[in-house]
Design a protein around this ligand. Structure first.
Ligand code: NAD
Length: 237
C-alpha cells in the first residue's frame, strides 16, 4: 500500500527518542522529509514545547528548512510522578505533566496551524494514550493530561476543519521506550513481561496511516491500540 507520504514535510515533536524517533525513521523510509523537534540533543530543531517563544521559533525554523509543512506529530511527553497517590502529588509535578503533555501539544499546533493550512492534505496526529480511558493507581497527573490531549484533538479537528487540517490521536498501551522502561523499572526491556507491550515502530505505523491522504475521511477521532484491554468486560463468563 502506497501511503502517498513521499515528499511530504512533517515535523515530529519528541522526535529524539522512543515513539517520536520511530515516527521520524518511518516517515523517512516512506520518502517523507521529517524533522525532529525536541529538548534533547540529537534533535533537528531544539525547543521546549512548554515555552511559546521557543515553539514559535522552532516551528518557523522547521517550516523554513522544509519549505512548508504538510504534517505534524506531537509526541513530546513526560510521565511525571508514577506510583504516587493523588494526596501526595506535588502541585508543581501535576502542572509540569500538564504543561508538557497538554499545553505543549496545544502550543505546537497553534504555531503550526497557519503553515499546515497551506500544506498538501495536511494532518496532525497527537500522541495521547490508553491512559485517556483507563487508569492504574498512582498515575493521576499523566491520565488527566492524556484525557485532555484527547479532547484537544477532537476540538482542534473542529476548529481547523475550515483550514482543511485533519486532527486525530493515537492511544497506545505500553510501548517499549525509555519512558516505559524507566517507569516500569525494566532497563533491559520487557522480554517475558506478563502483559502485552508493543514496539515504537508499531505505533509509528498507526501514526503514518493517520497522516496519509488515504485516511482523508478520518478526522476528530482516535485510534486505541491496547490489545483490546479496554473492551474486556468484568462479566464472569
Ligand atoms: N511509552 C509508552 O508506553 C507510551 C504509551 C502511550 C503513550 N505514550 C506517549 O507517547 C509519547 C512519546 O513517549 P515515549 O514513550 O516515546 O517517551 P520518550 O521519553 O522515549 O520520548 C519522549 C520525548 O519527548 C521529549 N520531551 C519531553 N519533554 C519535552 C519538552 N518539554 N519539550 C520538547 N521535548 C520534550 C523528550 O526529550 C523525549 O525525547 C508521549 O507523549 C507519551 O506520553 C507513551
Amino acid at each position: 500500500m502506497d501511503l502517498r507520504l513521499a515528499g511530504r514535510a512533517v515535523l515530529v515533536t519528541g522526535g529524539a527518542s522512543g515513539i517520536g524517533a520511530a515516527v521520524v525513521r518511518a516517515l523517512r523510509s516512506e520518502g517523507a522529509r521529517a524533522l525532529a523537534l525536541d529538548l534533547a540533543g540529537g534533535a533537528d530543531v531544539r525547543a521546549d514545547v512548554t515555552d511559546e517563544e521557543q515553539v514559535a521559533r522552532a516551528v518557523g525554523q522547521a517550516v523554513g528548512e522544509l519549505g512548508g509543512l504538510d504534517g505534524l506529530v506531537c509526541c513530546a511527553g513526560v510521565s511525571g510522578p508514577v506510583g504516587i497517590g493523588a494526596a501526595d502529588v506535588a502541585l508543581a509535578d501535576f502542572e509540569r505533566v500538564t504543561a508538557v503533555n497538554t499545553v505543549g501539544a496545544f502550543l505546537t499546533v497553534k504555531h503550526a496551524a497557519a503553515p499546515l493550512s497551506a500544506g498538501r492534505d495536511p494532518a496532525v496526529v497527537l500522541l495521547a494514550s490508553d491512559s485517556a480511558f483507563t487508569a492504574a493507581p498512582g498515575m493521576v497527573p499523566y491520565c488527566t493530561s492524556k484525557g485532555a490531549v484527547l479532547a484537544l484533538g477532537r476540538s482542534l479537528s473542529v476548529d481547523l476543519a475550515g483550514a482543511g487540517v485533519r486532527v486525530n490521536s493515537v492511544c497506545p498501551s505500553i510501548v517499549d521506550t525509555p519512558m516505559s522502561r524507566t517507569d516500569l523499572q525494566a532497563p533491559q526491556g520487557f522480554g517475558e513481561a506478563p502483559y502485552p507491550v508493543q514496539a515504537p515502530e508499531e505505533v509509528a505505523h498507526l501514526v503514518l496511516f493517520l497522516l496519509s491522504p488515504l485516511a482523508r475521511a478520518v478526522n476528530g477521532t482516535h485510534l486505541l491500540a491496547d490489545f483490546g484491554a479496554s473492551a474486556t468486560s468484568s462479566f464472569p463468563a
